[in-house]
Each structure stands twice: as structure tokens, then as C-alpha cells.
Design a protein around this ligand. Sequence first.
Ligand code: CS2
Length: 494
Amino acid sequence: MSKQRLNLKTVSTLAAGITVPNYDRSAVTAGIVHLGIGAFHRAHMAVYVDDLLSKDPSWGIVGASLRRPDTKDALEPQDGLYTIAVRDASGTHPRVIGSILKVMDANTERDALLDLMASPEVRIVSLTVTEKGYCYEPSTGDLDLNHADIQHDLSNPSVPKSAPGMLVEALARRKAAGIAPFTVMSCDNLPNNGQTAKRIVTAFAAKRDAELGEWVKGVAFPSTMVDRIVPSTTDADREEVARLIGAEDAWPIMTEPFTQWVIENNFPSGRPAFEEVGAQLVQDVEPFEHMKLRMLNGSHSTMAYAGYLGGYEYIAEVVGDEDYRELVHGLMTEEVIPTLDMPGVDLEAYRDQLLARFANPALKHRTWQIAMDGSQKLPQRLLGTIRDRLAAGQSIDRLALGVAAWMRYVMAIDEEGNEIDVRDPLALKLLAIAADAGEDPEAYFNGLVSIQSIFGTDLIDNEVFRNAVLEQLWSFWQNGAHETVANYQLSAQE
Ligand code: CS2
């Protein structure tokens, strides 16, 4: 029997014990526009904001999707309400979030969205547009002026498609109306995400108009380190949530108990009291970003590629395999931790906590999901650590295995000869390199390592890097993932 739909009318009739918004939703106004209203934002920032709306209702969120209208379609009939379901060994714990007032589709409501971003009530525009949404060169972090969306937006600045184009057009409207800029808060997994956003937005603005470029230099771009694991929602999840709350939710968000947010305290136009709801406000986020990107995300990507190739669907299965677990434990302990400078943080305890989070059996986090967009992720997750270690003359065996696993994965054929659905902005280029190389791993390696947007200009000529990655790639090619993961140390000692 079909159930009632979750919305403002039905929220008071949900199953007993479900936490629902504890504030007057009709009194909440929009102080934040969030670009990229995906599952991650809904499991992370929207929850912190939900926690503080009872004290300050002026910080509601209007979400915007730049690509697909599916979040809007799901949340509109629900008045923006949705469930987050926290999963651990004890079960699934649902809670209804009300901080997203509405979702706008940038493709059909572009002008209204830009006007809202230009209105004085909106003081923060936050972003989770993923790495590729920055339209940059991952190896340098500079705006990619050849990117099709950037070229479009420079020629048609008032109808932008890209995130930088949207931000600059909204800022231009504020400037024209004499309204102070909003603060741009990146919540993406990039090193120095605030500086990166600033570099891209100011470069785009300057290219558009020199005076605007100068004005945009005055905008604040705090960096943030965000952390919560959020697997994609499945139909089985939808059914479970409906059963638990007693209403249909078209798009509940499944997540883990852990959540962390470290924010650079730089909000000249004001901000919610994030520190009162669990966020950490600091002067310098960079060490936290390095720690998280290299420890968590570096391990994640290594497990995703080597695990997928080894036949594992979920991360919990990967760390459940002793050989893989040892690899990741060693990766963090021997190769990543020595590159980090985090006085006062117990990095071994952080590592153990990560391994426990990865092992959460209820989370069902797919290796394939994490494997997406590797060309955008590799530089900050593995290659930065590799560069630091090479400069210090230190070994890179396990890091090299991670890079080789990515190389083997993007050949797009698994060990059984089945096609891998490789999702990546460079997928066609990667396939062409594989086709050209044929049965020759060295030619394949040479083709991939010459992609400058990933590997920069230095790694191509580095013998240590070359030998280490090539050796692991040969092993993936000849022996398969399981054996490579089990024997990487032996081969490294030869
Ligand atoms: C993951 C991240 O999909 C991925 O690439 O590594 O989304 C990861 O789950 C989050 O960064 C955790 O905070």
C-alpha cells in the first residue's frame, strides 16, 4: 500500500521517535544559497544548519542544481523536507531535515537564481560542485580557459552554465546594485579549497572585465575541510526509510554517524554560529585538508580501484580482506603520516578511526562510486604525497600501487574481461590511450603519465616514480589485483 508523502503537512504524523525540525519552518528565511545540492551537502552542511535554525532562522538554505533537476523533482513535493538515515551496526536511525527551503534548477530558473544570489539577505554562497565543477586544471589548480563551459560563460556572461560563471554573474549584479559581496564557501574535497575557488573566480571575473576582477578580489573565500561518508541512495534504502518513518521520501540520504567540519573563520558578511553545532572554526584549514585528503581520500581511491579490480563491490568488503587492510594500514602509517604536520593530533588514532569507518558493514559504500572522476582526484589524494616523499628521498611503494590501480581500472576492462563503466571527464582520452597501447603496459603508462592536467610536468621524468608505478602496473596486468595487493612488498624489495 502506498504511504503518504513526507512534507510539511505530514511531518507531524510520522512514526513516534523520529526527530523532526524543532523550529517554526514558516519563519525561516534564506541566508545561504548552495550550488550543487547533492547527497553530500544534504548529509553534511544542511544538518549543521538544521541544528541552528531554532536559534537563528535567518540562515535557511536555497539549494541549486547546475546540471540535473532530479533533486528539485524529489524535494519539491516534500516542501524541501527529507530524511537523513544514519547507519551503524545497531541499525538505521532516521531524522527529518528542514533547512533546505527549496531547490532551484539553474537550467530553467537561472535568472531568478542569480537574482536571489544577488539579494542582500543572502550572505553566503556555498558549493559542493565536485572537483570537475571548478573547471580547472587539477595539477595546477588554475582555471581552464579552454573548458567548453568557461568559453560559453565568457561569451554569454549573463546566462552562465558553470559554477565560476554563476558566482561571477551574481557578484556582478551585487556590485551593480551597490550590495556587499557574499562569502563564497567551498565544501569540496580540494586542497586549499577556498584559495582554489578564489583563484578560479577572480581569474574568470578579470577575464570578463578588469574592474569587476578588482572588485572580486575583495570577496572572502574561506577554506573548509568537510568529512562525512555518503553512499548513493538505493531503492532498498528508500523502502527502508519509508518503513521507519511512516511516509514516502523520494530521496532520503544514507550516511555514517561520523561527521567533521573545519572552517576558516573568514566571513566578513556574517555567518551562522557553526561552532555551536559542532564545527571547528580555525585560522588555517590547510593542515586539516591535507590530513583528510591524503589519509581518508587517498586510502579510499586506492581501495576503490584495487578493490573493484579484485571483485569487491563495497569498501567494507575491501577492508575486510586482510591483505587490503594491511596495504591501507601501511599506506597511512608508513607513507602518509610522515608527510603530515599536525601538532596535537594523534594521527595513529585518526588512522584507526578511519579503518573502523571504512569497515562499517551497514554503510554499503560502493567502490565504483569512489572510483569516479579519478583524473580529478588523483593529484590531491595520492600525487601530492608522492611528490613530498620523492623530494625527501623516501619510498612510495603503496602510493605507487594506488596510482597503478587507477591506471589498470581506467583500461575499462575488468579481470574477467567485462567492461568497466568508467565515469570520468577524461574517459574518452583514457580509452584512446588504452587502445593505442594495446598489450604493452609500458606504452600505456607512457600515454597516461603524459597527461599534464593530472601528472603535471615533473612526474613524467621522475625515474623513481616511473619504476615504482610501472612495476605495480605490470603486476596488475599479469597477476591481477589480489596478488598485487598481497605481494606488493615482495616486489618492492626486489
Ligand atoms: C570519496 C569521498 O567518493 C569519493 O571520492 O572518497 O566522497 C569521501 O567519502 C568523502 O570525502 C568523505 O568525507
